[in-house]
Ligand binder design. Structure first.
Ligand code: ADP
Ligand code: MG
Length: 396
């Protein structure tokens, strides 16, 4: 993967090719990894992600004709539309727009709507994107392109929305312009990131607190172990889990599992079937584990959060049943090689696991996981560190 400076330069170079502009300003936004809090977002619960050092950069030049043109190193053909046409395109005619271009054009549309600004009053723009966020590895390249676009356009158009509002603009673009029914965790993490800190987010109130992780001072690193596995039943599995959570909440007469405590779970036993009970138990205990993680960080530091990370994995494996053998192998091998804690991260049925390791054991853990995969006959995983990093903004 390239360094951030290379990526900003790549965005500028592309802008020069597409629009002739030189030395244009750039903005960027990071991908993210979720430290803990899985499948809690749509249950109105808690999540605890952090922004990573892999970013999407956008170079921007203004133009006088009221058009918006987007270009990306991911795709040869730039896409151009009149700003005044965005309201017609989204959401009704979004299928006419090349899929990747719906992200930045959708952000332009959602931003103008959120600010109540008429398209005829803002300048036309050329936007060129380059990114080193791996796509589809569960690191949210989508939030990165949304965040880069939102911060660049808000500043250029003089739109004064705070970061939470810009995160909502990103979600609106993803939900309505792209057509992906996602929550707001990724955008909030990408917008609010800070070096060596994570975003403790209440998905009901959208209250967010940026909490120091202290990984650097404790000599800890976070490894991402991308299994490369993408299971075809991920979408169906997600829908089934969501439905089970809604069933359990309804049985207890509460709006969401967020409103259920670990003590309430006993009451649920007589109300739902055994599978639904286990699904609910994961969500209720996972919410508690997010709170425990934040408390433990404050009281005892990051080396003490290992057990709660492991408990999260066990809950996803046994109660929520969204792990796969590759993820279990990564977690088990990392722990056996001395990781402080490890768990699968993301929606499940494939994707990546994370391991919290001391810096001097990172290589040993990496080797151990790679050889466990080879012994099991799995394709080699892609293992790399991620560092809690600053959120979206203009590049220096
Ligand atoms: P992820 O887990 O990486 O967020 P998503 O499916 O949510 O995966 O989003 C990935 C999609 O976002 C890509 O397929 C592409 O359409 C769009 N995208 C992300 N980054 C870029 C980029 N730099 N240039 C163009 N499109 C991008
Ligand atoms: Mg995404």
């Amino acid at each position: 993967m390239t360094t951030p400076i290379d990526t900003a330069t790549a965005a500028r170079t592309l802008l020069t090719e597409v629009a002739g502009a030189v030395d244009a300003p750039t903005w960027s936004a990071p991908g993210r990894v979720n430290l803990i809090g899985e499948h809690t977002d749509y249950n109105d619960g808690f999540v605890f992600p952090f922004a990573i050092e892999y970013r999407t950069h956008v170079a921007l030049a203004t133009r006088g004709d009221g058009m918006i043109r987007v270009a990306s190193t991911f795709d040869e053909t730039p896409v151009e539309v009149a700003l005044s046409e965005l309201d017609d395109l989204f959401p009704a005619r979004r299928d006419e727009v090349t899929e990747w271009a719906r992200y930045p054009l959708g952000v332009a549309w959602a931003l103008l709507q959120a600010a109540g600004v008429d398209a005829s009053t803002v300048t036309g723009v050329d936007l060129a994107f380059a990114s080193d966020v791996p796509v589809g590895a569960g690191l949210s390249s989508s939030a990165a392109i949304e965040g880069a676009t939102a911060t660049a356009l808000a500043e250029t158009w003089g739109i004064d929305l705070d970061r939470v509002e810009l995160a909502k603009v990103g979600r609106r673009a993803e939900n309505d312009a792209v057509g992906a029914p996602t929550g707001i965790m990724d955008q909030m993490a990408s917008m609010l990131g800070r070096a060596d800190a994570a975003t403790f987010l209440d998905c009901r109130s959208l209250d967010a607190q940026v909490i120091d992780l202290g990984f650097a001072a404790a000599g800890l690193e976070l490894l991402v172990m991308d299994t490369g596995v993408k299971h075809s039943h991920a979408t169906g599995g997600y829908g089934e889990r969501r439905a089970a959570c809604e069933r359990a909440a309804a049985a207890l007469g509460v709006p969401a599992l967020r409103d259920v405590s670990t003590e309430d779970l006993e009451r649920l036993e007589s109300l739902v079937d055994e599978v639904t009970l286990r699904r609910a138990r994961h969500v209720v205990t996972e919410n508690q584990r997010v709170l425990d993680t934040v408390r433990t960080l404050r009281e005892a530091g990051p080396a003490a959060i290992g057990d709660v990370l492991v408990a999260s994995h066990v809950s996803m494996r046994d109660d929520f049943e969204i792990s796969v053998p590759e993820l279990d192998t990564a977690v088990d091998a990392a722990l056996a090689a001395g990781a402080v804690g490890a768990r699968m991260t993301g929606g499940g049925f494939g994707g990546a696991a994370i391991a919290l390791v001391s810096s001097d054991s990172a290589e040993k853990v990496t080797d151990a996981v790679a050889s466990a995969f080879s012994d099991a006959g799995f394709a080699a995983p892609n293992i790399f560190t991620v560092t809690p990093s600053p959120g979206a903004g203009r590049d220096a």
